[in-house]
Design a protein around this ligand. Structure first.
Ligand code: SF4
Ligand code: SF4
Length: 367
């Protein structure tokens, strides 16, 4: 029973991760970090490298979310969602269909194309899929990166596999510290030990080689395979499976931790959504110029997915010299300089960036 649910979740997760780079919103990938431009595209908006605080806020939210999920649902990530588990499960499941004989060889062969797909998918989160496919045959760095990643992913999956979960994975080590007595775990019912058949079906199916009858183990990835294996043996005897989920989901901690996590998620979304469509920065250049002349450097960031026609103007007591009307493509940053010439004594100037219903004012000094 759990196996079918898990397989469905795993397939959906694999489709989501592989398909997300193909989803385009406002002309850009739904989720992609552009290394060349140092900007992150997130579901129709953009985070510039100068807005690093937003990335930190997103990381903090993820930490809160992981803490909440782990404290309440235990190692649900490991057994149901971790890409490592998903890939190993899917390759083992496919290898099982080919035949139980030479299962490991078949699995390792299947992991070869799967690792290539993983490597490609990872690159798609940095370079759009179509560009990646073209670059694979024309760009040495992309081809080299793909091949190195492919080999590393393959070696990790084929030769480290579940050992990674038990020995290397930092998340696996951290999450046990987040457990409490009510966290959802898979536990053997010791009170019914005298009726257990000791058939060891639960041990044979365990992907990490645990004997759940010996008690809770930090190596358990909560995959629920032992429950299904035991159910097949115990149900004909009219008994529930001996290993089973144990814990309490509906409790005070769920509500206060869930509330804090939800509030942080809403706050982060509001910060992202309520950002102005354009950011405008302007500073006076420190350079010696004749009296009455000042030069300014400006940068305009288009946070929106639409092209904008904008004009930079200043207070009437100065004349703007230089390019001051421009078109900003979606998610584009434009930099430029303008020279201001004052006819009389001016101490401060007010710049206005306007167009497409946008009007932003900035003050700057004048010498
Ligand atoms: S599969 Fe069930 S009945 Fe068999 S040893 Fe494991 S717990 Fe006991
Ligand atoms: S003990 Fe059961 S739930 Fe834990 S890893 Fe083994 S089969 Fe999965």
């Amino acid at each position: 029973m759990w196996k079918q649910y898990r397989r469905t979740v795993e397939i959906l997760q694999a489709l989501l991760i592989t398909g997300l780079p193909f989803l385009r919103i406002n002309g850009q990938s739904a989720l992609r970090f552009d290394i060349g431009e140092l900007r992150l595209y997130v579901f129709g908006t953009v985070i510039w490298i100068r807005e690093f605080y937003l990335l930190l806020a997103a990381i903090l939210f993820m930490l809160l979310f992981i803490t909440f999920v782990t404290a309440i649902f235990g190692r649900i990530w490991c057994g149901w969602l971790c890409p490592q588990t998903v890939l190993l499960d899917l390759s083992e499941s496919l290898a099982g269909r080919i035949g139980p004989k030479n299962g490991k060889t078949a699995r390792n062969l299947l992991l070869f194309p799967l690792s290539a797909m993983v490597s490609l998918t990872m690159i798609w989160y940095f370079v759009p899929p179509l560009e990646t496919m073209k670059a694979l045959f024309t760009s040495v760095p992309i081809t080299a990166f793909f091949l190195v990643l492919w080999v590393l992913v393959y070696l990790e999956l084929a030769f480290l596999g579940r050992k990674f979960c038990m020995s290397v994975c930092p998340y696996a080590m951290m999450q046990n510290a987040l457990f409490d007595k009510d966290t959802l775990v898979i536990e053997y019912d010791q009170s019914r030990d005298d009726t257990c058949m000791k058939c060891d079906s639960c041990v044979q199916v365990c992907p990490v080689g645990i004997d759940i009858k010996q008690g809770l183990s930090t190596r358990c990835i909560a995959c629920a395979e032992c429950i299904d294996a035991c159910r097949a043996k115990s149900e004909p005897r009219g008994l529930p499976p001996f290993p089973n989920y144990k814990g309490r989901i509906m409790r005070a901690k769920t509500f206060w931790m869930g509330g804090i996590t939800a509030a942080a998620g809403i706050l982060l979304t509001l910060i992202m959504v309520l950002r102005p469509p354009v950011d405008f920065l302007i500073t006076r250049d420190q350079e010696p110029l004749p009296q009455g002349l000042n030069r300014y450097s400006w940068t305009v960031y288009n946070n929106s997915g639409r092209a904008l026609d904008l004009e930079l103007s200043a207070t009437p007591d100065v004349t703007v010299i230089g390019e001051h009307t421009f078109r900003l493509k979606p998610f584009e940053a434009v930099r430029g300089k303008v020279l201001l010439k004052a006819s009389g004594t001016v101490r401060n100037v007010r710049f206005t960036l306007s167009g497409n219903g946008i009007s932003i004012r900035k003050d700057a000094g004048f010498l």
